[in-house]
Design a binder for this molecule. Structure first.
Ligand code: COA
Length: 193
């Protein structure tokens, strides 16, 4: 696994690297954690076959399944991925999680979202990046709004959680929204000479 000090996709605190087979165990452990499962939408326990098949599906084609690692290292802080490319809602869907509670609320999530948006709008042709999350997922709303997303609307009774139908919120950022952001871009941190 490459330990990059001048990564292609990065923020101020983290860099995004391709998910490798070696990461499957960490991924499986994460998605079997009740907190991640609840908020990120993994509604049943996953075994090795399911985790490997998830990796195989995301490893090929035009999806971008990245691990969030701290700058200068390859620790598995979490994942962030662009998928559902060009579906009925257009653009690309973004999903993510930060595994450990002690690493949440420290800005890693927002930094990873910024890096992914720079990749989606700066290196790919996307016009729109969107996501759907539980209406009660305040940390996610905060992180995504800070990164420039707008709440588009509520999908009533979208998800079933713990025996109850829950509303979700759909959020998106369009290319012009991203262009208007006044912050450093992923490539501002990279060394090209
Ligand atoms: C959503 C998630 C990726 C954000 O990552 P993160 O590293 O915690 O994000 P950040 O630290 O950049 O920002 C989190 C924000 O939520 C706030 N926050 C944390 N706990 C909160 C709570 N219980 N209620 C309200 N806000 C909360 C933090 O203070 C921070 O906002 P601020 O910096 O404006 O104060 C992470 O919380 C996570 O993995 N959640 C579980 C999976 C999930 O919900 N995925 C998103 C669905 S697509």
């Amino acid at each position: 696994m490459a330990d990059s000090h001048n990564p292609i996709v990065r923020g101020a605190k983290v860099w995004l690297r391709r998910f490798e087979k070696d990461d499957i165990a960490e991924y499986k452990r994460a998605v079997n954690d009740a907190y991640i499962a609840h908020w990120a939408g993994y509604v049943y326990p996953q075994n090795d076959v399911m985790a490997e098949s998830f990796f195989e599906r995301r490893a090929s084609g035009d999806e971008y399944f990245f691990v969030i690692s701290p700058l200068g290292g390859t620790d598995f802080l979490g994942t962030i991925w662009l998928w559902n490319i060009g579906g009925r809602l257009g653009g690309a869907e973004l999903s993510m999680f930060i595994v450990e509670a002690e690493n949440r609320g420290k800005g890693f999530g927002t930094d990873a979202i910024n890096a992914m948006l720079d990749f989606a709008f700066g290196n790919l042709e996307h016009h729109r990046v969107w996501l759907t999350t539980l209406a009660s997922n305040e940390p996610a709303h905060r992180a995504f709004e800070r990164a420039g997303f707008t709440k588009e609307g509520v999908v009533r009774g979208h998800y079933l959680r713990h025996g109850e139908r829950c509303d979700s919120v759909q959020m998106s950022i369009l290319r012009p929204d991203w262009q208007a952001l006044e912050r450093s871009r992923s490539w501002d941190y990279t060394q090209l000479t």
